[in-house]
Design a binder for this molecule. Structure first.
Ligand code: DX5
Ligand code: ZN
Length: 220
């Protein structure tokens, strides 16, 4: 399983320190949330910050775009250092084309879905999707409460992935904590994003290590 700490909850005045902590930890990816104030009711950061982070990260950058018309910026995010680029299903009129473009630029292609979006809508594009970023909160803010209906959606997506025989990974984003992590993995999640749980803890490195071990806990 993969742990992806969300930079959104880092201390922005000490970004390099927090990035280096993640480098030293057992985390696998950096999850980078980009918000435009239109698709979601919040604005996070853009290219200058991503470029600055990229200079220090030693793990893949998993960029989650919560912006309208994400297809306009595919090359810019590649140039800024994104290794994976996730666009929202709800923000893409031509999702198939957008996924092709992301891959053409050498990045893994992700599709994020809001809590109200059924996984069945992904069936026809699933073979093109490397990562489904399933929102387990309404996107826009860190530190929100996990939506319990997510477990059912993970099971449905797992079935769909095996039906179309794709290698798509399931990423869970929002409200992940040390309590729900084992069950999320048990029902079929591959990647856990965590912001608040990691950065508000007394020992973020240790919290990452515990999340990494959630797979073991899911088998007991
Ligand atoms: C929410 C973002 C998440 C967020 C997760 O819109 O997409 O990645 O940072 O934060 P937590 O883990 O605090 O819910
Ligand atoms: Zn995210």
């Amino acid at each position: 399983m993969i742990v992806a700490p969300s930079i959104l909850s880092a201390d922005f005045a000490n970004l390099q320190r927090d990035v280096e902590m993640i480098n030293r930890s057992t985390a696998d990816w950096f999850h980078v949330d980009v918000m435009d104030g239109v698709f979601v009711p919040n604005i996070s950061f853009g290219f200058p910050v991503i470029r600055a982070i990229k200079k220090h990260v030693q793990k893949p950058m998993d960029v989650h775009l919560m912006i309208v018309q994400p297809e306009r910026f595919i090359k810019d995010f590649k140039d800024a250092g994104a290794d994976h680029l996730s666009v929202h299903y709800e923000a893409c009129t031509h999702l198939h084309r957008t996924l092709q473009e992301i891959k053409k630029h050498g990045m893994k292609a992700g599709v994020a879905i809001n809590p109200h979006t059924s996984v069945s809508l992904l069936e026809d594009v699933l073979p093109l999707i490397d990562i489904v970023c399933m929102m387990s909160v309404n996107p826009g803010f860190g530190g929100q409460k996990f939506i319990e209906g997510t477990y059912k959606k993970i099971k449905e997506l797992r079935l769909l992935i095996s039906k179309v025989n794709s290698k798509t990974l399931i990423e869970i984003d929002g409200g992940v904590d040390l309590t729900n992590a084992p069950l999320l993995l048990k029902v079929g999640a591959d990647i856990l994003v965590a912001g608040n749980t990691i950065f508000s803890s007394d020992d973020p490195m240790e919290t990452i290590a515990i999340l990494k071990q959630s797979k073991l806990a899911s088998n007991v």
